[in-house]
Design a protein around this ligand. Structure first.
Ligand code: GDP
Ligand code: MG
Length: 177
């Protein structure tokens, strides 16, 4: 009911991509509903959630799309990327392989999405610091080379989740306004 009669100035589609189990669905749950569940089930069917927020006195509706267990390479369809103005490229900082796969996720994203798309590289699960398998510097270097924003987050502890989404949405706003 919060949205009732609210004038929406912009709708921004943002897609979540990255390997299975890196925490995409929990990042979305944390951002959209401030929830986290330890035993999250794999999502079935393409789904998105929305969150309405104010940027520069405008009302922006963020429409965040979550892959639905299609995380195998090339299984995400072009419909998923269509119209996206932002992307969260998520790896699990305790799983080196999920970071090594970022390059091909990025390639696939760039092959499908608008060339002005705003991209944030996210190293999730930073609450598991003692299990870290990806040094911050490696990710920073990749992000710098590929011209991506970068943040380490924890959906579990809420660290940097709002900031990451807000940074992307604000940058999208800056580009289109
Ligand atoms: P997805 O397949 O990328 O959507 O990953 P999920 O969001 O389903 O999360 C996969 C598993 O990682 C689940 O057991 C989550 O509870 C767990 N998880 C997600 N985010 C975090 C986090 O920030 N910290 C920790 N410790 N676990 C997380
Ligand atoms: Mg999921």
């Amino acid at each position: 009911y919060g949205d009732f009669n609210q004038k929406i100035d912009y709708v921004f589609k943002v897609v979540l991509i990255g390997d299975s189990a890196v925490g995409k669905s929990q990042l979305l749950a944390r951002f959209a509903r401030n929830e986290f569940s330890v035993d999250s089930k794999a999502t079935i069917g393409v789904e998105f959630q929305t969150k309405t927020l104010a940027i520069d006195h405008k009302t922006v509706k963020a429409q965040i799309w979550d892959t639905a267990g299609q995380e195998r390479y090339r299984a995400v369809t072009s419909a998923y990327y269509r119209g996206a103005v932002g992307a969260m490229l998520v790896y699990d900082m305790t799983k080196r392989q999920s970071f090594d796969h970022m390059a091909r996720w990025l390639e696939e994203l760039r092959g499908h999405a608008d060339k002005n798309i705003v991209i944030m590289l996210i190293g999730n699960k930073c609450d598991l610091g003692s299990l870290r398998a990806v040094p911050t510097e490696d990710a920073q270097e990749f992000a710098q080379r590929e011209n991506l924003f970068f943040m380490e987050t924890s959906a579990l502890e809420s660290t940097n989740v709002e900031t990451a989404f807000f940074t992307v949405l604000t940058e999208i706003y800056r580009i289109i306004s």
